[in-house]
Write a protein that binds this ligand. Structure first.
Ligand code: BT5
Length: 246
């Protein structure tokens, strides 16, 4: 079980606040949900945008008994749970784009439906806490804001009708708790099956280089393997673009 769930109208970032509370000793399971974030965080210092009331913006504080290097298993479980929630509640089945995006593939490109952000609190070399946040576009205006046009989508854009955000939250938390309680390396196989990055030509933008090649596998630590000119590169952090087949 995950909870209790606290809902606020406005906050800077649900991830930031839960990380601060984790440092102060708040226990496993706390969930923080906001109607609006004024400084929503993406990965690598980027921003996460959502107009008030349009998205599921939620973070969960976890205290897993895991090595720091295995924290990605929890994020994979959270992403798979979000796929389960979208298909169970809205009948929309996104795929996972490595590492933590839920996407819908259209003939004219990939649209991002949700993103997950995991931030860990490491104390004395141990994983003291992990905060997993999700931003899932649920009921967005038509058309999307210009900055997200052509790159994002929302559940209501996919189904043609509004979806109850609370129901999506409950489905996500239920599926996440179910997977979390049974967490083992099997989650990597489930992730591989749901991951549309595998078997694709990709461009991977990393801090100091760009790879272009075939995404062949996810390893036991959740890293992406990309084959380029006969060499397999292991990607720990980077941004993936799905390319069209040549
Ligand atoms: C992510 O980052 O995808 C992780 C997003 C996590 C957001 C949640 S909301 C609740 C919790 N509290 C927080 O403060 N954060 C978490 P990244 O892969 O870096 O993607 C960011 C990029 O996605 C931006 O640079 C935009 O291009 C794009 N983007 C921003 N808002 C978007 C939206 N609503 N839908 C789709 N794409 C978006």
């Amino acid at each position: 079980m995950l909870g209790p769930v606290e809902t606020v109208d406005e906050i800077d970032s649900t991830n930031r606040v839960l990380l601060e509370r984790a440092r102060a000793g708040e226990p496993h399971g706390r969930v923080l949900v906001a109607d609006h974030q004024t400084a929503g965080r993406g990965r690598l210092g980027r921003a996460w945008e959502a107009p008030p009331g349009a998205s599921l913006l939620a973070s969960v504080l976890l205290r897993p008994d895991l090595e720091v290097a295995d924290a990605s298993l929890v994020t994979m479980a959270a992403g798979l749970a979000a796929v389960d929630a979208c298909s169970g509640v809205a009948g929309v089945r996104p795929t996972l784009k490595w590492p933590n995006d839920l996407v819908i593939d259209r003939p004219d490109g990939t649209r991002k439906l949700a993103g997950l952000l995991a931030e860990s609190l490491v104390e004395g070399g141990r994983l003291a806490a992990l905060v997993v946040g999700i931003g899932l576009n649920v009921n967005w205006p038509h058309p999307l804001p210009a900055a997200l046009d052509g790159i994002a989508t929302a559940l209501n854009h996919e189904t043609g009708h509004d979806i109850d955000r609370r129901t999506v939250l409950e489905a996500w938390l239920g599926a996440f708790a179910h997977r979390y309680d049974r967490l083992d390396r099997g989650v990597i196989d489930d992730y591989r099956s749901a991951c549309s990055t595998l078997g694709r030509r990709v461009r991977v933008e990393r801090h100091d280089d760009v790879l272009e090649g075939m995404a062949t596998d996810i390893d036991e630590a959740g890293r992406l393997l990309v084959e380029m000119a006969g060499t397999v590169h292991t990607v720990t952090i980077g941004d993936v673009v799905h390319l069209r087949p040549i």
